[in-house]
Design a protein. Structure first.
Length: 344
């Protein structure tokens, strides 16, 4: 049986949702990760520092001292955010920046920004304060499979030129185009990669019938795109690091006439990443991808604890508790070859 010990990892992109859901989502992530960057796309969106601070307290309450875990926070960036809020961010070390959602691009993005240009004064402040801009990189019109590539061409390339010192993370990249862009972009640009974009492609979503629990935004793309993401993740290049984009929805909201976008992977994400790296014979590089590169980019100290992975098969359950409802994790019913050692 293979064993692998890595530094306690970070998840640099996760959705916890809110209220009674937190008792499930927070603990699922905290069981395996030392830190996680929590997305602000609640209803209403977290467009003020006060709202972020209140949410942070709800997360800590749900954690209830059960794990050594740090929720890292970010502001929801749109036209209602004030310069004062951006300036106040630096008073709270666990708030690292702000998240840009184009209006309507994904779940709870109705309050997203209508124009990136309208945010330029706020981005100037973020650049001056050395904050990080997290980006949902899709346009909201034209073919849905091309929206990431078009966003890079039309929005991100000009943005990197207009703000040469602003650190940016292109979240949950899904295409070869995104990999190529990040590789040639300035050192201020990095990207997160999810386990589901590494393990699956659009055939898993669409071939033989629509499988709503593989539906996410950005969409799963082609096998060629999947292969490019895998090679980026295992390359050892410090611009690529882990962000699960674990984003749960109740089963009834996924299995509906207009199912929600979002994949729930948090309880199994670390094992999924291990499976990818093992399959490509790159297990020694898992530690840097999970536990070093993201911390370095965000200029946080690397974690000091460790966690052990073992090549011990586990079956992903058909469903899990989700407040008063249930949630179906991605790849429910399938077998993962790797598990986290419960005693580590």
């Amino acid at each position: 049986m293979k064993h692998l010990e890595i530094t306690k990892p970070d998840d640099w992109h996760v959705h916890f949702r809110d209220n009674e859901i937190l008792e499930h989502t927070v603990l699922a992530t905290a069981a395996h990760f030392a830190r996680a960057l929590v997305m602000p796309n609640l209803k209403p969106a977290l467009t003020s520092v006060d709202a972020v601070l209140n949410y942070h307290q709800r997360i800590l309450k749900a954690l209830n001292h059960q794990f050594s875990f740090t929720p890292v926070m970010t502001l929801y960036l749109n036209e209602t955010v004030t310069p004062k809020d951006i300036e106040t961010v630096k008073n709270h070390s666990f708030i690292v920046g702000a998240k840009y959602y184009p209006a309507g691009a994904t779940t709870n993005a109705e309050e997203g920004a209508r124009s990136i240009k309208s945010l330029y004064p706020l981005l100037e402040l973020m650049q001056a304060q050395e904050l990080v801009l997290q980006i949902h990189g899709e346009v909201t019109t034209r073919d849905i499979f091309n929206r990431e590539a078009l966003f890079i061409e039309e929005v991100l390339v000009p943005l990197t030129k207009d703000f040469p010192k602003l650190r940016m993370v292109l979240e949950h990249i899904s295409t070869r185009c995104a990999v190529d862009f990040v590789l040639q972009a300035p050192s201020t640009v990095a990207a997160t990669i999810t386990p589901h974009h590494l393990l699956y492609n659009r055939n898993h979503l669409l071939a033989g019938g629509i499988r709503p629990h593989y539906y996410c935004l950005p969409l799963l793309k082609t096998e060629e795109d999947q292969n490019a993401l895998q090679q980026a993740a295992v390359s050892g290049h410090p611009k690529f690091f882990a962000g699960t984009d674990s984003a749960p929805h109740a089963k009834e909201h996924k299995e509906s006439a207009c199912g929600c976008a979002g994949i729930y992977s948090a309880p199994y994400a670390l094992a999924m990443y291990a499976e990818v790296f093992d399959g490509l014979d790159k297990l020694p590089r898992l530690n840097a991808f999970m536990s070093q590169f993201g911390a370095d980019f965000y200029q946080w100290p690397r974690n000091t604890g460790s966690i052990e992975l073992v090549q011990n098969p586990q079956v992903i359950p058909q469903q899990l508790a989700f407040g008063k409802n249930i949630v179906v994790p991605v790849a429910a019913g399938s077998t993962l070859l790797w598990s986290v050692n419960a005693s580590s």
